[in-house]
Design a protein around this ligand. Structure first.
Ligand SMILES: Cc1cc2nc3c(=O)[nH]c(=O)nc-3n(C[C@H](O)[C@H](O)[C@H](O)COP(=O)(O)OP(=O)(O)OC[C@H]3O[C@@H](n4cnc5c(N)ncnc54)[C@H](O)[C@@H]3O)c2cc1C
Length: 330
């Protein structure tokens, strides 16, 4: 999210960088400051990047909870750092449900998976790529990633302030941002003056409000990457059973039958409330907006044996039947 003072106009995805109007931003670099709102992966990495590119910039990260708490639990506690199979920006962007144009154009070209892997290995985190393309630290522990990012931020002189929440940001008469910082636990209010503000608050509604206040237009977010709740008695007894490879097709109102992303192949898991696993999560992501529009009512067609032709299935079943009959008659 890049905010340009009062003049910004772009739509906003996840983090917003605001700069004070240009007429007032002609101070020396060593007098300038950046306040990063939110100490998740985006905020902490952005602070490192800012300090690397502009060593004299004062960089402060304000985090209302604990730094990198989501990174810590990511990837089942191992932190899937990037994708090692889709190294080309366009291939990678194509696998994102939305934002193909934006990701291909600006982000992945300057900071693709290979750059990410190089960055971590240059900073002492050895990585491994698993068969399915997921890239993890060899320690299989997200703490390696968390420690690396926080140590690097501290080494560069980033001020990391946890337990404080940004509750507002305005622009003063000199065109500088005035960032209001509060502590939840005690009666504490502070105002930080900043030339630049980067809003990296993840999915927080407050972050979207900051962005909107400073001129960004927001595309309302909807849930994505969720499991399916299915009230079907036939699934109840299968709870806990996993399938290594199924093909599942999500049929939604108003969607062309040919939408290829709404058919997915891969592992699937039966849960006590419905279905889960990579296939289901991918379908929820590709169909997120339509599922929301259709109030989460849809038809799911699952082929449990996608690699075997129906005639071969029949033949195998008949063979088994014959064998079984012979065994019984012995
Ligand atoms: C269970 C799970 C597993 C995941 N596994 C992976 C994985 O293996 N690999 C992967 O790449 N991604 C994974 N993800 C996704 C990944 O965790 C997120 O995409 C990523 O953490 C988003 O980072 P962020 O910095 O944008 O937002 P967040 O991590 O949400 O950080 C935003 C921060 O802003 C703070 N904040 C909000 N409002 C304010 C405020 N007003 N003032 C101060 N601070 C504020 C919040 O406390 C928060 O710490 C996983 C997510 C989940 C939930």
């Amino acid at each position: 999210f890049v905010l340009r003072g009062r003049r910004c106009s772009s739509s906003v995805p996840a983090s917003v960088c605001a700069s004070a109007p240009s007429g007032h931003a002609r101070e020396q670099e060593d007098e300038q400051s950046l306040v990063v709102v939110g100490g998740g992966a985006a905020g902490v990495y952005a602070s490192i990047r800012a300090k690397t590119l502009a060593p004299h910039l004062n960089v402060v990260v304000i985090e209302k909870g604990k730094f990198l708490s989501k990174v810590k639990i990511s990837g089942g506690g191992r932190c899937n750092v990037t994708n090692g199979h889709h190294l080309e920006p366009s291939g990678l962007a194509r696998n994102y449900p939305r934002g193909y144009k934006e990701l291909r154009g600006s982000f992945f070209r300057t900071h693709g998976p290979q750059d990410t892997m190089h960055w971590f290995s240059d900073h002492g985190v050895e990585l491994k790529t698993e068969e399915d393309g997921r890239v993890f630290p060899v320690t299989d522990n997200s703490a390696s990633v968390v420690d690396c990012l926080l140590n690097e931020a501290r080494r560069l002189g980033v001020s990391l302030q946890a337990g404080k929440s940004v509750s507002g940001a305005s622009v003063d008469a000199n065109g500088k941002f005035v960032v209001k910082v509060e502590k939840r636990t005690i009666d504490f209010v502070d105002y930080i003056s900043a030339n630049y503000v980067l809003v990296a608050t993840g999915s927080s509604q407050q972050g979207y409000s900051f962005a909107a206040q400073h001129g960004h237009s927001i595309i309302p977010p909807v849930p994505s990457l969720f499991t399916f709740k299915i009230a079907d008695k036939r699934l109840a007894d299968l709870s806990g059973v996993s399938f290594t490879r199924v093909t599942a097709k999500l049929m939604l109102d108003g969607i062309q039958k040919s939408a290829p992303e709404l058919t997915q192949t891969g592992p699937m898991l039966v849960t006590h409330w419905g279905l889960s696993g990579p296939v289901v999560l991918r379908l929820s992501a590709w169909g997120a907006r339509e599922l929301y529009q259709d109030k989460y009512q849809a038809k799911l067609v699952v082929d449990f044996i996608p690699d075997i032709h129906i005639e071969d299935v029949k033949r195998i079943l008949f063979q088994h039947k014959d064998q079984h009959a012979e065994e019984q008659s012995k």
